[in-house]
Ligand binder design. Structure first.
Ligand SMILES: [Zn+2]
Length: 172
């Protein structure tokens, strides 16, 4: 089973929480840059959502578990359906098993997840590539927002997502 299938029921629970519903409009609008995050906790062999839901703006936040071990994080993105370089660096530098995003497309919620990498060399290569993406590809686009540079950003994101075995499914 891939991570998306495993996390799906928890993500569906997350979008139904009071906090999520109360912030829903602000979370998925270009005007705001709020994000919320919840931890996925492993307790007695079961996966459950942490109780704490953190609200933040920029960066990556991993709320703690009240019970059990934190093994993953689910967070929202306002408009970009991609992991940020900070998201990926946080995952690769942690002992979390996965990181997931919830984003909205055509009025439906989607879940995108990436599994952490166990192999040390592979991890190092990926961290280097994420850094290259951030320092070179993204920087170039911020210096000059041409269509060509935008294409390069998207190409690199697609490349990284393939390398990282990212999965993507629609949720309720
Ligand atoms: Zn993020």
């Amino acid at each position: 089973m891939d991570v998306c299938t495993i996390v799906k029921p928890l993500a569906e629970k997350f979008v139904k929480t009071d906090k999520f519903k109360a912030l829903e409009k602000k979370l998925f609008s270009e005007k705001h840059c709020y994000e919320i995050a919840v931890g996925v906790c492993e307790y007695n062999g079961n996966l459950m959502l942490g109780k704490k839901i953190s609200v933040f703006s920029g960066g990556t936040v991993a709320p703690k578990c009240e019970r059990g071990r934190l093994i993953g994080v689910i967070h929202t993105h306002p408009s970009t359906p991609y992991f940020s370089p900070t998201d990926l660096k946080t995952l690769l530098n942690s002992d979390l098993k996965f990181m997931c995003l919830i984003y909205k497309r055509n009025d439906k919620y989607h879940l995108k997840c990436v599994e952490n990498v166990k192999d040390v060399d592979k991890k190092e290569d990926l961290l280097y590539e994420v850094k290259y993406f951030e320092d070179e590809v993204l920087e170039e686009y911020f210096r000059s927002r041409t269509e060509e540079n935008y294409e390069k950003v998207l190409d690199y994101i697609n490349y990284l997502e393939k390398e990282l075995n990212v999965c993507n499914i629609q949720i309720k």
